[in-house]
Design a protein around this ligand. Structure first.
Ligand code: N1C
Length: 243
């Protein structure tokens, strides 16, 4: 009896976790559509179904980026040229900044990024369930279910980048332009100089200490860019974490 009740409790828990992921995704999708009049053509139920097909029934360490191709194609949004803001190691500051202003758009301000931001999910080989706990950690494997999603979504966002583009980097860490980051390894490599005019880096420093725009890692960033792109860097002092 104990074994049966444990089994019931366990399978119920697993069922619920997948179920609440579905509820979260559909409700975030609906909220976004309500708040952004332009996107009323999206079908949130369809988005969930296409999303699920990317990873359900698969080994959570064996979901390549292209598994999310159909999702990206279903949810594709027109870029807002001259407003796109990329970031690396500044997630908190960047959103504190964009929340108050309408002049920048990060990936999390698009339907796709808004829906998935902060979520964890994975499937399991031979199972049609969705899990939100017990999934591998980000660095456990290359074809990690969630990492592949951000790699794919970030690639699409960067390929669409147009006009004057900005990036907010962290001047309080050893290498503001970190080679292993999504920004360095995926996004910068996909910038298209035929669509883009410039890249402006906002280097966020605390109380004026930390890195400057002369930092060697930023020289590496410049080297990666197409020479046709105008590059500039502005150091921005952030007085205290709460302001
Ligand atoms: O590896 P990063 O930063 O350089 O990635 C940031 C870069 C941004 O420009 C975004 O366009 O890649 C995109 N992106 C997201 O939009 C995003 N939202 C949430 C990448 N990662 C994103 N996350 C989560 O933040 C993701 O789960 C991963 O753990 C971090 C990556 O942040 P980072 O290392 O600071």
């Amino acid at each position: 009896i104990l074994a049966i009740s444990l089994w019931v409790a366990f399978s119920h828990k697993q069922y619920n976790s997948g179920d609440s992921l579905k509820e979260t995704i559909i409700s975030r999708c609906q909220t976004f559509i309500q708040n952004n009049r332009t996107s009323s053509a999206y079908d949130c139920q369809k988005i969930w179904t296409v999303f699920e097909q990317a990873f359900v029934g698969k080994d959570p360490c064996n979901v390549p980026t292209d598994a999310y191709d159909s999702l990206i194609n279903t949810i594709i949004q027109d870029p807002i040229c001259n407003k796109m803001l990329f970031w690396s190691k500044t997630k908190h500051i960047v959103h504190e900044f964009t929340e108050k202003r309408n002049c920048f758009q990060t990936l999390e301000d698009t339907l796709l990024g808004y829906i998935m931001d902060g979520l964890t999910w994975c499937g399991k080989e031979g199972s049609n369930e969705t899990f939100t706990t017990g999934c591998p950690s980000w660095n456990d494997c290359v074809n990690h279910t969630v990492k592949s999603f951000w790699n794919r979504a970030s690639a699409a966002f960067a390929e669409a980048a147009c006009g004057d583009v900005s990036a907010m980097l962290n001047g309080s860490i050893a290498t503001p332009f970190t080679p292993t980051s999504i920004f360095a390894s995926i996004e910068v490599k996909r910038f298209n100089a035929d669509k883009m005019r410039s890249l402006t880096v906002f280097l966020v420093t605390q109380e004026n200490d930390g890195k400057s725009c002369d930092d060697p890692s930023l020289k590496n960033l410049q080297k990666e860019l197409d020479p046709k792109l105008k590059y500039s860097c502005v150091s921005v002092a952030k007085s205290s974490p709460s302001h």
